[in-house]
Design a protein around this ligand. Structure first.
Ligand SMILES: NC(=O)CC[C@H](N)C(=O)O
Length: 227
């Protein structure tokens, strides 16, 4: 299985994401510059965190207009897994691949620390290696992680079981403690906490590794063992 790690000007979690997929998970992974023509050769797409285009306009807004995002949409429509973390989540929201928006943190401060999360849905291709309601600890590092959506969207998210992770102790004011959601089809996940920063104990924890394992296991089941 081959992962693409998309690199925008201003991405800063791309190496961590690459390390998680390549070294911690043991899969194939490549850093893919945002001007690359297409993503057909890859089985999964990782959109890492950082400060694409310096967070100008709104976090993720400028990156969302780039050609590579059109390609991400094309591959997502084929059912390929797409994971956006932090600024990656912001980009996917700005691109309309996921519903809602991310606002400034309630306390208007950039926050960088470990937070406990609850796995609300362990049936997705990103979370199947976790137990339902498992509490995991992942780092957050954001200034705009306050997830917002209107009531109709929230109702839909709940009805379709699209809320994958919530915060045990809401750090940023997110609606219903939401930390990560999937699209209706279940193959696009956006989350503010950083699983790639917690893939081995030397990093302070390895609770993020099961997310990458879930993607790999589901891909194997679909394309290798199930073939
Ligand atoms: N770590 C990140 O991806 C940060 C995202 C964005 N720049 C923010 O501060 O909210």
């Amino acid at each position: 299985m081959k992962f693409a790690v998309i690199v925008f000007p201003g991405s800063n979690c791309d190496r961590d994401m690459y390390h998680a997929a390549k070294d911690a998970l043991g899969a194939e992974a490549e850093l893919v510059w945002y001007q690359t023509a297409n993503l057909e050769d890859y089985d999964a797409i990782l959109v890492p965190g950082g400060f694409s285009y310096g967070d100008y306009l709104r976090c993720g807004a400028i990156a969302a207009t780039s050609h590579i995002v059109t390609e991400i949409k094309r591959e997502a429509a084929k059912g390929k897994p797409v994971l956006g973390v932090c600024n990656g989540f912001q980009i996917l929201l700005e691109a309309g691949l996921l519903p809602g928006a991310l606002l400034r943190n309630k306390n208007l401060k950039f926050m960088c620390r470990f937070e406990d999360l609850v796995v609300e849905n362990s049936k997705t291709m990103f979370s199947s290696a976790y137990e339902e309601k498992q509490v995991i600890s992942l780092p957050i590092a954001h200034g705009e992680g306050n997830y917002y959506c209107d009531d109709a969207t929230l109702k839909q998210l709940k009805a379709n079981n699209q809320i994958v992770f919530t915060y045990a102790n809401n750090p940023n004011g997110s609606v219903e403690d939401i930390a990560g959601i999937v699209n209706e089809e279940g193959n696009v996940l956006g989350m503010m906490p950083h699983p790639e920063r917690a893939v081995e104990s030397i990093l302070g924890g390895d609770d993020g590794l099961n997310l990458f394992k879930s993607v790999l296991n589901n891909w194997r089941e679909a394309y290798v063992t199930g073939a």
